[in-house]
Structure formats: C-alpha cells, structure tokens
Design a protein around this ligand. Sequence first.
Ligand code: UDP
Ligand code: MG
Length: 312
Amino acid sequence: MSRSKDLISVIVPCYNEEESLPLFYKETGQVLAEVGDADFEFVFVDDGSSDGTLSVIKNIAAKDEKVHYIVFSRNFGKEAGMYAGLSEARGDYCVIMDADLQHPPELLPEMYRRVRNGTCDCCGGFRKGREGDGFLRSFFSRSFYKISKKLTHMDMSDGHGDFRMMNRKVVSAILEMREYNRYMKGLFSFVGFETEWIEYENAERAAGNSKWNFKSLFAYAFEGILSFSTAPLKFAGVIGALLFLSGIGFMAVQLFQSFRQPNAVSGLDILVFIVLLSGSLQMMFIYILGAYVSKDYLENKRRPVYIVRERG
Ligand code: UDP
Ligand code: MG
C-alpha cells in the first residue's frame, strides 16, 4: 500500500513509566501533529513493567488509533525494547525516545526535516552536559566513553544516545544484526551511514526514577566493551608478558647478587609477592576470557531477544 505522506514511528521502551507516559504522550503528540507533511504512530513497548504502565498504554491506545503497543512476557531490558520497537514499526522513519521526556520532542521536526531532505540517514540528539545526573554518575560515564572509544575504535561519545531518527536503510541494517547481546550505541556506530547531531540541554526526568543503578551501569559498560572489542584479551597478554619478563629480570638480579655477596638479599618476600600478584592476575584474565566465552555461549543458543505476551 503506498502512502501519500511519510509515516514517522516513535518507538518508546517503557519500564514502570506510569507517571511519565501520559505527559510524554501529550507533549510528543502535540509536537508531531504540527509536522504537517508526515503522519506518525507510537509504538510503546511495555518491558515487563510491574506498575500501571500497561493500563496507561491501553487507555491511550483505546482512544487513539495512532498508538500501537507490544507487551513483553517479562523485563528484557531497554536494548530488547528498542529492537522490538524497530522490528514492529511500519514507519518510513523511526525515532527511539525515552518515556521520561529526557529526550525533548521539540527536536523531532528538525530531525525529520534533515532525514527527509536526505542530508543525512540518521539524525540524533546530542546531549550537552549531564546536569541532574549526579557527579559520580557523570564522572564514570565520561570515563567509560573515553576508554571504550579507545578500545573499540568506534565513534561512541558521551552525549550520543539512542535518541535518533533514522530512515529505513538504517533501520534495516540495525535489524539485520540479530545478535542476542545487543549494545545499540555500538550497533549504530557499526552500521555507519551519514549521521548528524542536534544539541540539546540535559533535563531531569519528568516523573518516576531512573532504572539504572551503579551495578547495572557497570554491567552495561562492560557489555559495550565486550561486544565491540577484544582489547581486554590483548591487555591480558601484554600484562602476562610483562610479568614474565620481570620474573626473568628478578631471577637474573638474584643470581647476580648471590654471586657477589652470598645471602645478602633474601628474595623470598618479593617472590611470594610476585607469585600472589601473578596468581591473582591469572584469575582476573580467566574471568575476562570467561566473559567472552559466555557471550558466545549465549549467542549460540539463538534465543529470541524478546518474547511478546500481547500486542495491540
Ligand atoms: N527502560 C526499559 N527497560 C528497562 C529499563 C529502562 O524499557 O529495563 C526504559 C525506560 O522506561 C525509559 C528508557 O528506557 O523509557 C530510559 O530509562 P531511564 O530513564 O531509566 O534511563 P536514564 O535516562 O537514567 O539513562
Ligand atoms: Mg531517563
């Protein structure tokens, strides 16, 4: 069926967003209604919420035929939510947005203008600053992006999030990557395409709480590095080689000293230290190796990224 107007799909992964969803729906709908030359649809993905998110979505959907939804059988995480939304969206252009209004809908008309004109395939929001995110979280996030950029050689910067509008070419490329361990920022960078950025100021979420804590953020950061870089394995090799060389050096020094002055140096303490150090490093590197092997193990099972309980 050919459409006279473009269709923009707004994909919204939601996990316990009963408070922010009505605000999000209202504000985003108002902005998009003003984009005269495109129709739009919402694809809400309820990622196993335990609050009233689903009934909020159903209420909205009952009154508005532009609203579609997918309900997961449990919480699969935001990555799975984005993948599901992109898989089910019908739009010529798709944009992924958080439900908490941290992604300002005011950017949508300009994003659409740019992707439609073809100056780029993908237009993303670039978040300036991290006010409202807390000092420690900002510090760790910035450091993570710096390290992962070096390790993965991919263009993943702090501020470049998942808030992007893309054309069908980009959506198809992203969907073609069916890996189970998904890391969207890396996938965006991997598929390439012409991407432009529009700056926006960071805002606090409209209502509710962030679903992230330090443990989950650390796991996410580790996931990003494991999915797109094997540098930690090389790092293990380099440290191993350095330890080996220092062991040989240490032995040479010991031999030399004992020739000159028997019993002058008792290397026992240092030896114990080195044994402990190398033992613990070995365990750490086995852990890194295990992390890669277990990723492969999960990939090989070919499990679905998400399971749907209901659609509407
Ligand atoms: N989200 C999700 N599944 C989860 C965690 C989060 O779908 O397991 C959604 C959440 O509802 C929101 C978006 O992902 O729409 C971003 O989450 P959040 O605001 O908690 O992250 P932050 O903005 O703090 O990075
Ligand atoms: Mg948020």
